[in-house]
Design a protein around this ligand. Structure first.
Ligand code: ATP
Length: 221
């Protein structure tokens, strides 16, 4: 089986995540997208809602898509979670499957701060999607990718829709243009803090969950 692995804090999950996952699934012909909410992620700590809430919101958000599944592999850990460990564990869980590690350009540029990035990039093929806040040209100087700047510019300009680049590890990184959606969890949290509407930025089921549990409105968040 061809499985996309989509990790994130999902704090909260929103339409930017869902649409990205759907377009990656369709473009690469993946049979499943595994959403992996981070438990205690190494890099984000403030403003992070409890893992049970982020897990439940993600579960609600993906309920209507039969190709989407959720994994508790990181959530159930009491210690910090690292993608390099998660991917190794998933490879053991799905020995006959081909895994694709999906992440946005912003997350890809952050790789040097992750645990054992060289090992991670050697373990699995990547799918890199651009966000409006971080275009493909921004990853030109990544130490983990071999790609010509003009290819990245062609992707940003829509001259090409995808490109199979090579990671320095020798693995493939599919660079995929998707519908740009300038939605971020940071923005959603800021709106909620100001008691403003977050309608149409995330599924109604997630919005209802946030409201009924009073998430993201506590003083000091
Ligand atoms: P925050 O604003 O709290 O940093 P976020 O909206 O970036 O959160 P994450 O859970 O950190 O969401 O993101 C998980 C993955 O989804 C990352 O690889 C990120 O690049 C990607 N992603 C998030 N939002 C979008 C979007 N609007 N379009 C494409 N990819 C996205």
């Amino acid at each position: 089986m061809r499985i996309g692995v989509f990790g994130g804090t999902f704090n909260p999950v929103h339409y930017g995540h869902l649409r990205a996952a759907e377009e990656v699934r369709e473009s690469l012909g993946l049979e499943r997208i595994l959403f992996v909410p981070a438990g205690i992620p190494p890099l984000k700590s403030s403003e992070l809602e409890a893992v049970k809430h982020r897990y439940s919101m993600t579960e609600l958000a993906i309920a209507s898509n039969r190709f989407f599944e959720i994994s508790d592999i990181e959530c159930k850990k009491s210690e910090r979670s690292y993608s390099v460990d998660t991917v190794q564990e998933l490879k053991a869980l799905y020995p006959d499957s081909e895994l694709f590690f999906i992440l946005g350009t912003d997350a890809f540029m952050d790789l040097p701060n992750w645990r054992q990035p060289e090992k991670l990039t050697a373990l699995v093929d990547f799918v890199i999607i651009a966000r409006p806040s971080c275009v493909f040209a921004d990853i030109a100087n990544s130490p983990y990718l071999e790609v010509k700047k003009d290819v990245l510019l062609k992707l940003d300009q829509g001259i090409i829709d995808s490109y199979n680049a090579t990671l320095k590890s020798g693995r493939t990184a599919v660079l995929l243009r998707i519908t740009p959606m300038a939605v971020s969890a940071t923005h959603i949290r800021a709106l909620l803090q100001k008691n403003k509407s977050v309608k149409y930025l995330l599924p109604e089921s997630v919005e209802s969950y946030i409201i009924s549990h009073g998430l993201y409105t506590k003083t000091g968040q």
